[in-house]
Each structure stands twice: as C-alpha cells, then as structure tokens.
Design a binder for this molecule. Structure first.
Ligand SMILES: Cc1cc2nc3c(=O)[nH]c(=O)nc-3n(C[C@H](O)[C@H](O)[C@H](O)COP(=O)(O)OP(=O)(O)OC[C@H]3O[C@@H](n4cnc5c(N)ncnc54)[C@H](O)[C@@H]3O)c2cc1C
Length: 384
C-alpha cells in the first residue's frame, strides 16, 4: 500500500505552519497534525508581536536567513492581505562592549547592513521616551521592527489549506515509528503513513524528541503591557522604535511601540530571565512581584512607560545549551525525519525561512541555506 501522504508535519505553531505552507506550495501531499486548535496561545507563537532585526547580536551566521525571512514576510503579506511585519526601526542599547551593542555591530559590519551608531545624547534627541545613561550607546537599524505572530501563523495555515494540505487540529500525535521507506504516525483516532516526517514540537520537544539527545530546557516567560504615563502618542510606531536594552549586569529587556490602539498600551518583556517549567506544569498566573520587577526595570530606561499595568501573558522558550536552533535531518533517522526545535526564545522572526528550509530538507534531503550552526550533533551529550 502506498503511503497516505508525502509529508506529515507535527505541530502547526510557528515553524510547522510555515513548513505546511512551503511543502504544499511545492506540490507535496501534506498532512499537518496539531495538538490544539489553530493559532492557539498555549505554546510559543502568540502575544501580538515579535521583534525582528537583521544586525543579529547572537551570531552573524543568522543574517542571510534574516534577509530571506524579510522577503518572505512581504510575499505572505501580498498573498494573504494580512499585516505581517511593521518595520518601524529598532535600537539595540547598552554599553559599547555589551553583547547587544557589540554583537549587533559585528553582524552589521560583516554583512554591510544599513545602521547608525548613536550616543546617549543622540538617542534622547531622536527618541525622547528613551532615557539612556551617559555611558550607553545604541545601534539603530531602520529595518528592524516587529512581526505579528498570530497573523503569520494564520496566513501560513490559510495558504497551506488553499494549496491542498490537510490540517487536523485537536489531533495530537501519540507516537510514530519507521515504516517501510518512511514513517507511520499514530493519533488517538487514526494511523497515517508518509514518506517524510517533519517534527516542529516547540516546548514539547523533550517529549517528542527523546531520541535526539539534545538537553532542552523549557522556560516560562512573561509579556507585559503597560499604559504609558502621559498618553500613547509618543509610543506610536511612527515615532517609536522597537528596542533591546542590556543593563550593566547583562540583563536584556526588549519592547515594542504601541501597536494596538489607545487602550492596549505597549508591550515589554525580559529576554532570558525565565523559570524552568514544562508545558503541563507551567504557572499561568502572573504575580505582583513580577509586575513590580518589570515596572522597576522600565522606570530606569523608559520612565513614562510603566504608567498603568494592563495585563501580562505567559509563553514558553525551548532553550538549547548554546541558545542556537536545531534545524536538521534527525541524526537517528536521516532518511525520513526532519526536526525544527530549540528556538531558544528568538525563533519567530525566522518562521518563514525555517518553513522553506524544512521543505528543502524533507523533499530533497538538503538545503542551500546556511544551517551549519543548527546541527544537533554539536549538542548531543552537552550539559543542559
Ligand atoms: C515571551 C516570548 C517572547 C518571544 N519574543 C520573540 C521575539 O521578539 N522575536 C523572535 O524572533 N522570537 C521570539 N520568541 C520566540 C519565538 O516565538 C519562538 O521561537 C517560536 O514561536 C517557536 O515556534 P515553534 O513552532 O517552535 O513553537 P510553537 O509555535 O509553540 O509550535 C509548536 C506546536 O507543536 C504542537 N504540538 C506539541 N505536541 C504535539 C503533538 N504531540 N502532536 C501535534 N502537535 C503537537 C503545539 O501545540 C504547538 O502548536 C519569543 C517567545 C516567547 C515565549
């Protein structure tokens, strides 16, 4: 009997929805299986906004992928009419030697990306809501901005469906096994077969990829919305950049302009100050001391922002030990399984290009995109 599908995609969050789109656009018979409903808030791809930037402090190796991701934001926007990216400009703020500033500058110089270096006085002049210390500087990138996670996931699901993909929601994979030249996937209701399996598990990676050998750490993170003191006008995207701000202790906060109208304030979050959790046991309650800690930090850099606390929401990071992604053929099943996981709190901006890479790997076994940094072999048996 021939397999029921060419490719089965597990998880239709950020990465899986993009894979389903790119695979079905190339004519593959795709089945997508998702544990929850479409565009849900229980994983990692929700909360209204995700920062995007090209002068990537984490490593210059990400830059070519970002250049392609930006092209694909525009393609998806054209194909669906949904608002995907708002390039309002961004500042990476800190002391000159901080990772945020020095790392961003390194990528900008290596890839000849348009950027400007601003001293504290110039930061205050251009962006009066920002209050840097005299010894802080910023790399300004006019092509930085934000991506709308719910819109992008919904757009990819829409395109995949239009291209003939079968997307099954509320139908989690229970297990899979090698079968003939491909795989067999079991859910509570059904069994499916396919030549290729693409696993995009987000925070469920420790459960779904036990044989990968990568020590993932799942973390609970919070996003906070505040109504600025003195009104929203200076925080509108026409005047206000996205920002990542590293303090003297190396702790980064990042935030967005006010993109959702006069009543919904502006969003801020800590980058990497989460608590270890699992998707089953994550504490979804937001505690007063957490709000107070964020308000306190913001009062030192955007003093008008923490006027009134509006709301906060939880979200999960899936960290690898070196905070670089895992994006490859599965080392134990190199002929039939592809994995995309361990996005370590900075994956969303790459969603469309990851979809393209997953389609390359599943359909041809290779990709022209530079993904050497994301090889899981580097992490097998690494301490968590
Ligand atoms: C607070 C916060 C802020 C962030 N900020 C940024 C940012 O500014 N910029 C940026 O680039 N990135 C950011 N990120 C990171 C980014 O959002 C993630 O890297 C990205 O969303 C991960 O996508 P994913 O597809 O791996 O996970 P998800 O979108 O969570 O998808 C995984 C899917 O797998 C499904 N699933 C699990 N088990 C099964 C199963 N057995 N069967 C079927 N389906 C299953 C889940 O239900 C889920 O839908 C942030 C993340 C958080 C939490």
């Amino acid at each position: 009997m021939s397999p029921t599908h060419d490719v089965i995609v597990i998880g239709l969050g950020g990465m899986g929805s993009a894979a389903a789109h790119h695979l079905s656009a190339r004519g593959a018979r795709v089945l997508g299986l998702e544990k929850f409903g479409p565009v849900h808030h229980r994983g990692s791809s929700h909360g209204g906004s995700r920062l995007t930037r090209q002068s990537y402090f984490e490593d210059p190796a990400y830059v070519p992928l970002l250049l392609r991701a930006y092209e694909l934001y525009a393609e998806v926007e054209r194909a669906t009419g949904r608002e995907i990216a708002t390039l309002c400009g961004g500042v990476m703020v800190g002391r000159p030697a901080s990772r945020t500033v020095a790392g961003s500058l390194r990528s900008a110089l290596q890839w000849d990306l348009p950027h400007e270096m601003l001293d504290a006085k110039e930061i205050r002049r251009r962006f009066p809501t920002l209050a840097p210390h005299d010894d802080e500087v910023a790399l300004y990138e006019r092509r930085a901005g934000l991506v709308r996670p719910e819109n992008l996931v919904a757009a990819h699901l829409q395109l995949a469906t239009q291209q003939g993909a079968a997307l099954h929601f509320d139908e989690p994979m229970v297990r899979w096994e090698p079968y003939r030249d491909g795989v067999r996937v079991h859910t509570a209701e059904n069994t499916y077969t396919a030549g290729q399996l693409v696993i995009c598990p987000g925070a469920w990676a420790p459960q779904l990829l036990t044989d990968l050998g990568v020590p993932f750490t799942i973390e609970r993170h919070l996003m906070y919305w505040f109504q600025p003191r003195g009104g929203i006008r200076p925080f509108l995207p026409a005047h206000h950049p996205v920002y990542i701000w590293e303090d003297a202790a190396g702790v980064q906060v990042y935030g967005f302009p006010a993109i959702d109208g006069p009543d919904l304030g502006a969003k801020v979050a800590f980058f990497r100050k989460g608590t270890v959790c699992t998707p089953e046991t994550i504490d979804r309650t937001v505690h007063d001391h957490e709000v107070a800690a964020m308000a306190d930090r913001m009062s030192g850099c955007l003093p008008d922002l923490p006027g009134t606390f509006l709301k906060a929401a939880t979200c999960m990071y899936s960290n690898t030990p070196d905070e670089h992604f895992v994006l490859a053929r599965h080392p134990a099943h190199p002929d039939s399984v592809t994995v995309a996981c361990g996005f370590s709190g900075h994956g969303f901006k790459f969603v469309p290009v990851v979809g393209e890479i997953l389609a390359d790997l599943a359909l041809t076994g290779a990709t022209a995109h530079p993904i050497g940094l994301f090889d899981p072999h580097r992490l097998v048996n690494a301490p968590a």
